[in-house]
Design a protein around this ligand. Structure first.
Ligand code: NAD
Length: 411
């Protein structure tokens, strides 16, 4: 299934239980605006290269469009469209006053110099500055982009529209960013895992955890869970997977990766296994925190974890999701599990609008409360309607967007 087909599949599952008519499905699935622009840039060697940039603004019934900007060679309109619609349901399920959007440029950031990336970003903003803005559409980092890219966007946008720190989120802390934003997604993956495990009647100290991906999200989730007494038995990154049945010293692994260009390559305190073997470990909690589509038709029958927390976007494909349900494996869906990131972005935006700064303690407190409220609501809907947490989360998000659209009037 292509990316947009997958997100539409999940949408329709929830729309069925809501009894949503066909006309509403079409309205809610159709993006409001899709922008594709030419990004011509002079490279460091003097040659001219033309990149293609996208911004899909899926829905803004509940507030300004909100979503990341991805720099990756495989970025295309279908993927951006799917990720934009997921943002609509994600912001709605955690009840942020935002809609959903996503953008991207098809390029490989590893093959470009910092100056080239900056020029590409600035030219892209020249092309789209009139369709973004603090009250219109607020980009944020995604794969291949970071706080530096956000700083360039803020600066370039400001040349047209004046001082506007709220035009992007996840900015550098020195430049209107917020302490706690970087850890937010992984931290909340951890907080919701603790909550879910409690609801399933288990104790942290009896639970083993395997985490695929040890970047921003995976490493912060590992840290929080090991501090909460879970036994993290496997972690992984592009260099392979590292397994220790008696528990991985997570802080050692984080220090090691920090000193080793964010790579675990050579981390010696564990047995080296493959990323595929990690996914198939017999653990209580499996957290895919790297790529989309890693649990699919071919490997789903080998999955032995009791619970899966979707920290990455779209790690379980629809064909596999049905099998996991039949096997009685509980899945905490991405639109809830990894919503800590956009929720923290919302707090950054709020502070930018107020020209005020919160402490890290306040950020964590408000974030934990917001995420746990969303979890409780989705859990109750799942129990009440006897559906999976994924269907419940989509149903909550879709119903909120439908209601806002209806109240505002469609004409
Ligand atoms: P990151 O780039 O910091 O880390 C990604 C990690 O995955 C790295 O350790 C990398 O080595 C590893 N990885 C890459 N390819 C792999 C492979 N084939 N097998 C195993 N590991 C591999 O990215 P991140 O910010 O941690 O994001 C991870 C996932 O979470 C992505 O799917 C992203 O879309 C999603 N997500 C991130 C945020 C956020 O705030 N960072 C928010 C929501 C969703």
């Amino acid at each position: 299934m292509k990316a947009f087909e997958s997100s539409t599949y999940y949408f329709n599952q929830a729309a069925d239980i809501l009894g949503l008519e066909e006309s509403w499905r079409t309205l809610l699935l159709t993006p409001k605006r899709e922008v594709q622009v030419q990004v011509p840039v002079e490279m460091d060697d003097g040659s001219l290269q033309t990149f293609i940039g996208y911004r899909v603004q899926h829905d803004n019934a509940r507030g300004p469009f909100k979503g990341g900007l991805r720099y990756h060679p495989e970025v295309d309109l279908d993927e951006v469209r799917a990720l934009a619609s997921l943002m609509t349901w994600k912001t709605a399920v955690v009840d942020l006053p935002y809609g959903g959007a996503k953008g991207g440029i098809a390029l490989n950031p590893r093959e470009l110099s910092r100056r080239e990336l900056e020029r590409i970003t600035r030219v892209f903003i020249d092309q789209i500055h009139d369709v973004i803005g603090p009250d219109i559409d607020i980009p944020a980092p995604d794969m291949g982009t970071n706080a530096d890219v956000m700083a360039w966007i803020m600066n370039q946008y400001g040349k047209y529209h004046g001082f506007s720190p709220g035009v992007v989120t996840s900015k550098p802390i020195e430049l209107f960013g917020m302490p706690g934003r970087e850890e937010a997604t992984g931290r909340e993956v951890g907080i919701l895992t603790i909550k879910l495990i409690g609801r399933l009647g288990k104790k942290a100290k009896d639970c083993t955890v395997a985490i695929q991906g040890f970047g921003n999200v995976g490493s912060h989730a590992a840290k929080l869970l090991s501090e909460a007494d879970f036994k993290v038995v496997a972690i992984s990154d592009l260099s392979g997977a590292y397994y220790a049945p008696n528990g991985i010293p997570v802080m050692d692994a984080i220090r090691y990766a920090n000193q080793n260009q964010n790579s675990l390559k050579g981390f010696s305190e564990c047995e080296l296994i493959s990323n595929q073997q990690l996914l198939e470990l017999d653990v209580d909690v499996l957290i895919p925190a790297a790529l989309g589509g890693v649990i699919h038709e071919e490997n789903v029958h080998s999955i032995r974890a009791k619970t899966i927390i979707e920290a990455a976007n779209g790690p379980v494909l629809p064909e596999a999701d049905c099998v996991l349900q039949e096997k009685g494996i509980t899945v905490l869906p991405d639109i809830l599990a990894n919503a800590g990131g956009v929720s923290a972005s919302y707090f950054e935006w709020v502070q930018n609008r107020q020209h005020y700064r919160w402490t890290l303690d306040r950020v964590r407190q408000e974030l934990d409360a917001l995420m746990l409220r969303a979890f409780d609501h989705v859990w109750d809907v799942a129990k009440e309607r006897k559906v999976s947490l994924r269907v419940a989360a989509f149903a909550v998000g879709i119903e909120r967007v439908r209601r806002a659209t209806y109240l505002a009037g469609v004409n």
